[in-house]
Design a protein around this ligand. Structure first.
Ligand SMILES: Nc1nc2c(ncn2[C@@H]2O[C@H](COP(=O)(O)OP(=O)(O)OP(=O)(O)O)[C@@H](O)[C@H]2O)c(=O)[nH]1
Ligand SMILES: [Mg+2]
Length: 614
């Protein structure tokens, strides 16, 4: 007797393949391992309605033939017959989750396009019905060009019909395959959406609403326009909503500072508390409202299920620079902070994809840059309306875009040089739309706010104390400027020589050294420096903003902003990069290329601004 024909169950994870496998083979199973990998091989004998046996294999769930995990690799190799000693299956049985049809059709189309004898089990019909969704298997069969059998694996419904269809397909086992045109990922997703829409006989109002929302939010050009508009609103809100709260906090810090001044005798200790601690830490703490508002939006977008859709929209753009949608979530998290972002790259299976994502993560505008941007923008950019929006929000938005574009260009270059390789495909489940839960949102905001305040109270405080000491010793002689006389002043004077060509003054050089610890330290350092420089004879409350306007030109301020788009001034990011890449090579590379970019772009900005007469 020639060998038994073989059939294999393929589909997304959780489609019910194993449940169907158990129902179809009963006790006639054997479990082994695929050679060389720990992936389990489950095969069993199924008796077709005509009494003939066929060997059935239960494959691991997969999102596509562009395998990225060992499980998916096995699935791909088995389907394509690339595994030694494993002839390709004669019949493919695609298992779909009817309650999640659109998602599952993406991979199904890829399998069907192979042109082999194929049968579709439209499984979990019971769950679809529970959701108020009634589907038309005939219409689905027409759309896909293969037989479709409704099943409920756990209730053994539809098994006989499925067996019948497999037997029929087996009759074509010897035929040459009729491969169809292979669509790319985005096209298949689009097609999945329209097929799924077309086979619905009736659906609940909620289901219809969600489907309509996807029509709009995932639309090839309306979707990106909406995403851009949404991001834009976020940045406007970060400025507009936070302003009153920020003024309140600023006033509060001022009150404490005045209180200390009134209660304590003049002297170094009083200066230390007002200039070293309050001016420095206070300057950072006032950004709490902006951080909270930014995270409010990030958390809401994540909880509603929109984030994954944004990732999908971004996938084409990411593919354009050699990355995939998988990089989107790590990069998006990096808008909050590059540290969790870089840690999130662990979900990227392709090592070069992952390395590239790690290297560009610091270019995403993290929340620590927000205080730096905000303080400079508030001091130098007039709050003039530009059409419907404010100029300040526009500039902030521009800085974010600058970071993103920079990251994309760097990725493109890295993918052609340092991390050369093919891009891996995009695979992501679209979560169902949901209203965010207030409790989760509140908790999330509290945690982010707390982390920010703790940083202000620990690392930023310590750095500022050291800076204050370096600024105050040795003490100035009569008639000498304190900052010039200090240790910090001497160091900064040296560094300022190198920074002068890009328009940076001594005070900036001074601020850049301690802000290697964390970017927002730049703000507190500047506040401390100007507080120390102002000395005691200056009785007016030395607002940082006024001081900046007094000491900096507009081109310098703009160059400073450009510097911070690139400069890798965050010791935690360097540390986590070392940990995630197992060595100093990549963090060193990251430092070098980012500082080089920061220098070049700050210089370009400075000289362009001067040329434009700003
Ligand atoms: N209600 C319902 N539940 C089902 C049906 N088929 C499977 N399930 C359940 O869905 C879950 C996932 O089923 P599995 O058979 O493990 O899915 P799978 O496709 O093998 O998943 P992977 O092996 O991870 O790829 C299990 O809890 C099953 O009991 C069905 O038709 N109706
Ligand atoms: Mg399974």
């Amino acid at each position: 007797m020639s060998r038994w024909h073989k059939a294999a169950l393929v589909g997304n994870p959780n489609a019910g393949k194993s449940a169907l496998f158990n129902a179809l083979t009963g006790a006639r199973q054997k479990i082994a391992n695929y050679p060389g990998v720990t992936v389990e091989k489950r095969a069993g004998r199924m008796i077709l309605p005509n009494g003939a046996p066929i060997e059935l294999t239960d494959l691991p769930g997969s999102y596509g033939l562009q395998a990225t995990s060992p499980d998916e690799e096995v699935t791909r190799k088995v389907i394509l017959g690339e595994l030694a000693g494993e002839p390709a299956p004669d019949v493919l049985v695609i298992v779909l989750d009817a309650s999640n049809l659109e998602q599952h059709l993406v991979f199904a189309q890829e399998v069907i396009a192979l042109g082999k004898p194929t049968v579709v089990a439209l499984n979990m019909i019971d769950l679809a019905e529970r959701d108020g969704l009634v589907l038309d298997p005939k219409a689905l069969s027409n759309a896909l060009g293969v037989p479709v059998i409704p099943t409920v694996a756990v209730r053994r419904r539809g098994l006989a019909e499925l067996g019948e269809a497999i037997a029929q397909a087996e009759g074509h086992a010897g035929d040459a395959p009729h491969p169809r045109a292979r669509l790319d990922m985005a096209e298949r997703r689009m097609e999945a959406h329209s097929i799924a829409d077309g086979v619905i006989i009736s659906e609940s109002a909620k289901h219809r609403l969600h489907s309509r929302m996807d029509d709009f939010l995932l639309h090839p050009w309306l979707g990106p326009v909406f995403l851009l508009a949404l991001l834009f609103v976020v940045f406007q809100a970060v400025f507009a909503w936070a302003a009153p709260l920020q003024d309140g906090l600023e006033g509060f810090v001022g009150l404490i500072s005045d209180g200390v001044k009134a209660e304590m005798a003049t002297g170094l200790l009083r200066d230390f508390i007002t200039d070293g601690v309050l001016a420095g830490v206070g300057a950072v703490v006032v950004f709490l409202p902006q951080i909270i508002i930014l995270f409010f939006f990030i958390l809401v977008l994540e909880a509603t299920g929109y984030m994954a859709r944004a990732a999908f929209l971004m996938d084409r753009m990411m593919a354009g620079v050699g990355l995939s949608g998988r990089s989107f979530i790590p990069l998006l998290s990096s808008f909050a902070c590059a540290v969790p972002g870089i840690m999130a790259t662990r979900s990227i299976t392709d090592p070069k994809d992952r390395l590239t994502t790690i290297l560009i993560a610091p270019l995403m505008t993290c929340s620590a840059r927000l205080p730096v941007y905000a303080v400079i923008i508030a001091a130098f950019i007039p709050n003039r309306p530009v059409g419907l929006v404010g100029l300040q929000g526009l500039v902030l938005f521009g800085l974010y875009v600058f970071g993103i574009v920079g990251a994309m260009v760097v990725a493109l270059i890295l993918r052609r040089s340092v991390t050369k390789g093919a891009a891996s495909g995009f695979i992501m489940e679209m979560p169902k739309y949901q209203l965010p839960r207030l409790r989760d949102l509140g908790l999330g905001l509290f945690q982010r706010g707390w982390i920010f305040l703790r940083r202000a109270g620990t690392i930023i405080l310590q750095v500022n104390i050291v800076l204050w000491l370096l600024l105050n010793f040795p003490q100035a002689q009569k008639g000498q400027d304190q900052v010039d006389a200090s240790f910090a002043g001497h160091i900064a004077n040296g560094l300022a020589v190198a920074l002068k060509p890009i328009g940076f003054n001594r005070d900036i050089a001074l601020a850049l050294i301690p802000s290697m610890m964390a970017r927002e330290v730049a703000v507190s350092s500047l506040a401390t420096t100007y507080a120390v420089a102002a000395g005691d004879d200056d009785t007016t409350a030395h607002q940082l903003s006024d001081q900046l306007q007094k000491h900096w030109s507009l081109p310098t301020a703009l160059a400073f902003l450009a510097w911070f788009v690139f400069a890798p001034q965050c010791i935690s990011t360097i540390a986590v990069t070392r940990r995630e890449t197992n060595g100093w090579k990549w963090p060193a590379f990251m430092l070098a290329y980012l500082f080089a970019l920061a220098y070049v772009f700050a210089g370009i900005t400075y000289w362009s601004a001067i040329a434009l007469g700003f």
